[in-house]
Design a protein around this ligand. Structure first.
Ligand code: PLP
Length: 410
């Protein structure tokens, strides 16, 4: 007689219960299903430049190819000397003082380093202040580490700047740190030095660690300039993140770095924790680290893409104009990064469930965007558009969005 063993249901760990990452969530699964059925989906959902023809600078690709034979072994847990040296020089260009090679960690993308930075710091129920909307990995990483993400408001009426009073009102004796994503994903905001100074003052006053995710620091429009938070925070512990994925269009290389600056002597124990976590995963992908030195010190081809006549600028400008022409849709002009975060007027489009709206758009018009709630936006009136596809595709996709909204009711 054939007997089927009854297996108990296998569940994910409790650690994952509150973890959420919607950018690659259920709507993407539906898009994959539609593609398998033979539909062409216009994907405005992921900030991955290379597949859209924004290829990495040839010289950094060559670096990886040339060094591949000598990149077979593990390297130092914190990364290759040449890569860290180049990041150190970059801190000098950005005005971040007192950074030595020991303060730099190379990781498999900023993503890995965000998770490490949170795992190494947080105890159960420690609080971390995170922007709303945010790049949702931050919220997920805090939850995974057992911490409580506490979201502060970024105000759409004020160029999506962080609301300092709101941050202040949410600081408790459990607050360990404050995350600043500047330039911001998903809003495209860029914060001026005066605002950053207020943030540093707040962190100093309340003894918070600053976490500055600056991965879009060189993707700037309309003459905007970026100031590194750490350059204003000599006396506040600051952890700065950056990498090759966006400016250098090499997201698939999985290469990023973390810089510790400020009063490091006060953070010896935390730094020991970071060293431990870096050692546990042995080292980051070695071949890709060979690209870092030339990326940072080489020809900055991103600068050609972000000025009028450059592909990224022109796509930003035309997509932004076209979106704002849709009745009941408004969008703050991005100063940086590769995203639009438009708002649907609630009087015209009272959306109860923005994930459903995005799913309906996908099914009806074959256009894929990400709902605002996927970025921990507290309302359901927003969605994110990636303006990496070519102008014709963007124009087509936003046209379809307009058609969709014309009849949409929820
Ligand atoms: N931080 C922000 C703000 C991002 O938008 C992204 C990717 O979209 C990342 C970090 C992740 O970057 P990486 O490819 O280096 O893991």
């Amino acid at each position: 007689e054939f007997r089927v063993a009854t297996m108990p249901v296998i569940r994910k760990s409790n650690k994952l219960i509150n973890v959420c990452y919607d950018i690659r969530g259920p709507v993407l699964q539906e898009a994959k299903r539609l593609e398998e059925e033979g539909h062409r989906i216009l994907k405005l959902n992921i900030g991955n430049p290379a597949p859209w023809g924004f290829e990495a600078p040839e010289e950094i690709v060559q670096d990886v190819i040339l060094n591949l034979p000598s990149a077979q072994g593990y390297c130092d847990s914190k990364g290759l000397f040449s890569a860290r040296k180049a990041v150190m020089q970059e801190t000098q260009r950005k005005g971040i003082r007192n950074v030595t090679i020991e303060d730099i960690y190379i990781g498999n993308g900023v993503s890995e380093l965000i998770v490490m930075a949170m795992q190494g710091l947080l105890n159960d129920n420690d609080e971390m202040l995170i922007p709303a909307p945010d790049y949702p990995l931050w919220t997920a990483a805090v939850s995974l580490a057992g911490g409580n993400p506490v979201h502060y408001v970024c105000d759409e009426q004020s160029d999506w700047f962080p609301d300092i009073d709101d941050i202040r009102s949410k600081i408790t004796d459990r607050t360990k740190g404050l995350v600043i994503i500047n330039p911001n994903n998903p809003t495209g905001a860029l914060y001026p030095p005066e605002l950053l100074q207020q943030i540093v003052d707040l962190a100093r006053e309340h003894k918070l660690i600053l976490f500055a995710d600056e991965i879009y620091d060189k993707i700037l429009y309309d003459g905007a300039e970026h100031t590194s938070l750490a350059s204003l925070a000599d006396d506040v512990l600051c952890i700065t993140f950056n990498g090759l994925s966006k400016t250098y269009r090499a997201a698939g290389f999985r290469s990023g770095w973390l810089i510790v600056s400020g009063p490091k002597h006060q953070a010896r124990d935390y730094i020991e924790g970071l060293d431990m976590l870096a050692s546990m995963r042995l080292c980051a992908n070695v071949p890709a680290q060979h690209a870092i030195q030339t990326a940072l010190g080489g020809y900055q081809s991103i600068n050609e893409l972000i000025v009028p006549g450059g592909r990224l600028y022109d796509q930003m400008d035309s997509a932004w104009r076209q979106i704002n022409e849709i009745p009941g849709v408004s969008c703050v002009r991005p100063k940086a990064a590769m995203y639009l975060f438009p708002k649907l007027d609630p009087a015209m489009y009272p959306i109860k469930n923005d994930e459903k709206m995005v799913l309906d758009l996908l099914q009806q018009q074959k256009v894929l965007v990400v709902q605002g709630s996927g970025f921990n936006m507290p309302d359901t009136q927003h969605f994110r558009v990636v303006f990496l596809p070519r102008k014709d595709d963007l124009h087509d996709a936003i046209g379809r969005l307009a058609d969709f909204l014309r009849h949409y009711q929820q």
